[in-house]
Design a protein around this ligand. Structure first.
Ligand code: ATP
Ligand code: MG
Length: 221
């Protein structure tokens, strides 16, 4: 039995068509069931539903053989870049967004940086934010949040945020603007290193099928 780790929402919704193109149907809809283990039309494959930020953990420690995780989650959980226990063979090109700095409209971020001001920045991506500002030589105090990052500048708790942006609609709705793009994000297929070797006969064809499905969907990546 192979186990694929997915998170509910964007990642699940965008992965489903790729699985479909690879001939795989998930038996149940995560929105209408409380089950965390979902069967598929293949007897040798099941899907487990975990938090987005837990997908690399499940795959690294063998709770799942493979999974789909955003590059944001992968880089943040592996700040040193050693990638221990994981292969990242395929950029699936789905769940695209970018990691950016955003600040209240009218606040002059470049000027604050030029003047060497010490900025307070709220984010859930402490490691990625620390690396970004260190590389620019900007002094920051980072404040860890788990959600609703947009609120931090509005309440005066922070000067800026580092967060994911796709359409920019959420920022706009809260009077914020994107002032710096840090990193382009898409979701990656990740595979447990040991499973990749010991279960190659069943895993390799699946990885190949998903690679083909992703390429057919977006030739650019
Ligand atoms: P949780 O809801 O469990 O705290 P999460 O908020 O990171 O986790 P999602 O919002 O489903 O979960 O996001 C999962 C992944 O989807 C992100 O890690 C990112 O790679 C991708 N993604 C694409 N666009 C966006 C966006 N606009 N906002 C957030 N995530 C996005
Ligand atoms: Mg979310």
């Amino acid at each position: 039995m192979l186990t694929l780790a997915l998170s509910k929402g964007r990642i699940f919704d965008d992965t489903l068509p790729l699985l479909g193109r690879a001939g795989i149907e998930v038996a149940e809809d995560p929105q209408s069931t409380r089950k965390l283990i979902l069967a598929t039309n293949r007897e040798d494959l099941r899907v487990v539903l975990v938090r987005a930020s837990d997908v690399p953990t499940y795959v690294r420690y063998g709770g799942a053989d493979f999974g789909v995780a955003g590059l944001d989650v992968l880089l943040e959980s592996d700040a040193g870049g050693s990638g221990d226990g994981l292969y990242r063979p395929v950029d699936l090109g789905i769940a695209r967004c970018r990691l950016s700095v955003a600040a209240p409209q009218g606040w002059d971020y470049p000027a604050a940086v030029r003047q060497g001001a010490r900025l307070r920045v709220a984010t859930k991506y402490l490691n990625l934010a620390r690396e970004h500002f260190a590389a620019k030589g900007v002094h920051v105090d980072l404040v860890k949040l788990y959600g609703s990052m947009e609120l931090a500048p509005l309440t005066g708790m922070a000067d800026a945020i580092v967060d994911l942006v796709s359409t920019g609609g959420t920022l706009r709705a809260n009077g914020l603007v994107e002032v710096e793009r840090i990193l382009d994000i898409s979701a990656r297929l990740i595979v447990n290193q040991a499973a990749f070797k010991t279960r190659a006969a069943s895993l390799a064809p699946l990885v190949a099928a998903l690679r083909e499905a992703a390429a057919a969907r977006s030739p650019a990546c």
